[in-house]
Design a protein around this ligand. Structure first.
Ligand SMILES: [Fe+2]
Ligand SMILES: [Fe+2]
Length: 188
């Protein structure tokens, strides 16, 4: 993690501009999830950790009216924009830490595949899994409960309804985490 500290520090100001949710907490969870997935699946951390850190920086440049909107067409527009606006920011950040052009392109390709695609490449599947697994961790889960004005039980049911993962490691950790979330609201 220390190795990627400069990248993280450059990502933070962008992540702070996204208003859909707390993207700092979310992204910390995605990085943690990626580290766990990398223990079981083959992948290059020099590519995949920055991809996790930078996957949502595009939200910084998405007009606020497409963020946190109730209109579904606008919501979709925002979603698409956070993908198309990401490469420029990623390029700027990774060039500043001397990443090579081919590495930057790889990170960008992986980030661009984290929504609206069904990738074949494992590295792209790993980011999609990490993005989703993050939602199950304690800090991230309760941050979302707050953001969505929801309850732990409602969010639990929502997350459990939609939990397709590519990798077994992500699915296993997700279910184990969700079991803990469940025991937290059942104990109240
Ligand atoms: Fe995203
Ligand atoms: Fe994300």
């Amino acid at each position: 993690m220390k190795k990627y500290q400069n990248i993280w520090e450059s990502a933070v100001p962008y992540l702070k501009q996204g208003i859909n949710k707390n993207f700092i907490i979310h992204t910390e969870g995605v990085v943690k999830a990626m580290e766990l997935i990398l223990k079981k699946e083959k992948g290059d951390p020099d590519i995949l950790i920055p991809a996790a850190m930078l996957h949502d920086v595009g939200w910084a440049n998405v007009p606020k009216k497409y963020q946190r909107t109730k209109d579904n067409a606008d919501k979709l527009r925002g979603m698409k924009l956070h993908i198309t606006l990401a490469p420029e920011i990623i390029k700027k950040i990774l060039q500043s830490v001397n990443y090579k052009a081919f590495q930057i392109n790889e990170v960008i390709e992986i980030v661009q595949a984290h929504k609206f695609s069904k990738p074949r490449k494992l590295s792209k599947k790993m980011l999609i899994d990490a993005d989703q697994l993050s939602d199950a961790f304690k800090e991230q889960f309760y941050s979302d409960v707050k953001t969505y004005n929801s309850t732990p039980e409602k969010l639990y049911n929502f997350r459990m309804n939609d939990n397709n993962f590519y990798t077994k490691v992500a699915k296993d950790i997700f279910l184990e985490q969700m079991k803990q979330r469940r025991s937290e609201f059942e104990s109240i």
